[in-house]
Design a protein around this ligand. Structure first.
Ligand code: GLY
Ligand code: MN
Ligand code: MN
Length: 517
């Protein structure tokens, strides 16, 4: 007799229970680690966006504020990405929008300008919100973008101040001729004599430096997705694989678990590439005995994670790799131990720098933890630089948020609740670390002494980067789910990988013969 016909009430209940359990199961990397938060985070609410704008309007004087959203990319069909200041203020992720806050009379009045509905374009590019949709999303009265110029012409009269926020992220460095916002401001000022332009970037950075609970929830999700990718990658890495395979696995895992994609160019650098801080080419076959730096981050609803793990390609750290790794880990832990409300990022950076320098001196990679070498100073003349900077040449970390390098409260004073940031010391032994020192007697002697030690550790690059939230009593390391202790990494790397099981060796072989290493 057919099983379904005799299903009893009890069996039906059991089945319902099983279905229930299956539906509530969280994605795991298949290695026993379960993502800690089960609830999908809520998007940033309309009210929160309104509060952000109110804070910025409070920080400006009387005048007119314009924030420009990004336009469609010039090249056909590249992905559109909204700039973070505009997204932060409005939540609008469509191209071609602009926010105006008219505060000439002291009371802010907001207006949003968006691309109008246009079926002949929407058939190509997808639905637009139009004015109605934009108002419904944001609560701001919305008009067609085509009317922006006329609206500003009527506002910028009699010496009105034009306030602008730049569409760049906090460390953006595009030159002026590539800055449509600056060109826009200059055109407006030229067309309306007496208009003074003031940039509110610093004020907006201060506001963005304090993350709300809703933002932390979104960051947490992007971080957990990133940890899933790290765990998958650790199990897959093995000699003979190309860096691009690991990058594909990582970015595929991001999308698989609902991320928008990577929050910055994924870094999978092996061997000599592990010593290039922002290596992005990802086209080299990994060899036994090398380190692999995986500096990766998912973006979830625009919020950026940024987590680095360094692993041995062979699955076991060599004695040299181990000794460098232990220095970096000790430096990270020392800085981390100081993180709490009121702590200074600069002081934590000095702590990490001291631990790295002491470790490098123990290995003989520098002469002593306080030793210096002759370097070109700021004014162009010769000065002294710490020898440790030959191998640890970047800052301790940075805020995270809508941008991978987001502002943090510690930039303006000290860490406080609402700070979300990275701690990411590193040591990078480039084969030419001492080859290009300025040619002075002191440097020549130093080069002779250090060259054999550099040769011993050459091509070992190690960075360890975790993400943290300041809590009322201390700090939470949100990235605990990705192993960082040597024994834990080696244990996870020893586990089998589904990714490798389904590889197509004949295609990998074909590719190997036709590309540069
Ligand atoms: N992934 C870029 C950084 O670590 O700052
Ligand atoms: Mn970082
Ligand atoms: Mn990073």
């Amino acid at each position: 007799m057919h099983l379904t016909r005799v299903r009893t009430a009890a069996a039906a209940q059991l089945l319902a229970l099983l279905v229930c359990v299956a539906a509530s199961a969280q994605p795991t990397a298949g290695d026993g680690w379960t993502v800690p938060n089960r609830q999908a985070p809520a998007p940033i609410s309309r009210q929160e966006h309104a509060q952000r704008r109110a804070k910025l309007a409070e920080a400006m004087g009387n005048g007119v504020l314009v924030a420009l959203g990004n336009d469609e990319p010039d090249a056909d069909y590249l992905s559109f990405a909204q700039n973070s200041p505009f997204r932060y203020l409005t939540g609008v992720t469509e191209p071609g929008a602009a926010l105006v806050v008219d505060k000439r009379s002291g009371t802010p009045r907001e207006l949003l300008f968006v691309l109008p509905r246009d079926p002949s374009r929407e058939v190509w590019e997808g639905a637009r919100m139009g004015e109605q949709g934009a108002s419904a999303l944001t609560g701001i009265p919305a008009r067609s973008r085509e009317t922006l110029k006329a609206a500003l012409d009527s506002m910028l009269t009699g010496g009105t101040t034009l306030y602008m926020v730049s569409p760049l992220s906090s460390d953006g460095s595009r030159s002026e001729w590539q800055r449509p916002d600056q060109q826009f401001a200059a055109r407006m000022a030229a067309a309306h004599p007496g208009t003074r332009v003031e940039w509110l970037d610093r004020e907006l950075f201060r506001i963005r430096a304090v993350k709300s609970p809703a933002e932390l929830d979104l960051l947490r999700r992007s971080i957990y997705i990133t940890l899933l990718a790290h765990r998958e990658a650790m199990r897959a890495v093995e000699p003979g694989m190309n860096e691009f395979e690991i990058r594909a696995l990582i970015e595929g895992t991001f999308r698989r678990y609902g991320a928008d994609g990577p929050s910055f160019g994924t870094i999978t650098g092996s061997g000599p590439n592990s010593t290039t801080l922002h290596y992005r080419a990802a086209d080299r076959y990994m060899q036994p005995g090398e380190t692999l730096v995986m500096d990766i981050g998912a973006s979830y609803r625009g919020y950026a994670a940024d987590v680095t793990r360094t692993v041995p390609v062979s699955g076991r750290f060599s004695p040299e790799q181990r000794s460098v790794y232990e220095i970096v880990l000790a430096a990270q832990k020392a800085a981390e131990a100081e993180a709490r409300p009121g702590a200074s990022f600069r002081a934590m950076g000095q702590t990490a720098q001291r631990v790295v320098a002491e470790g490098l001196a123990r290995l003989g990679l520098i002469e002593s933890s306080t030793a210096s070498y002759d370097c070109v100073g700021r004014g162009g003349g010769m000065g002294k630089c710490p020898q440790s900077a030959l191998f640890y040449l970047h800052g301790l970390g940075h805020g995270i948020g809508l941008d991978v390098h987001d502002p943090d409260q510690a930039y303006f004073g000290a860490f406080q609740v609402g700070s979300a940031f990275t701690i990411e010391p590193g040591v990078y032994v480039r084969g030419d670390a001492v080859a290009y020192l300025p040619d002075t007697p002191g440097n020549r002697a130093l080069r002779t002494r250090l060259a054999p030690v550099v040769a011993r550790y050459r091509d070992i690059g190690v960075r360890i980067e975790d993400d943290y939230f300041i809590t009322p009593t201390g700090v939470e390391r949100v990235t605990e789910g990705a192993p960082r202790e040597i024994a834990e990494i080696e244990a996870l790397m020893a586990q089998p990988s589904d990714w490798n099981r389904t590889r197509r060796p004949e295609v990998v072989e074909w590719y190997r013969g036709t590309t540069p290493r």
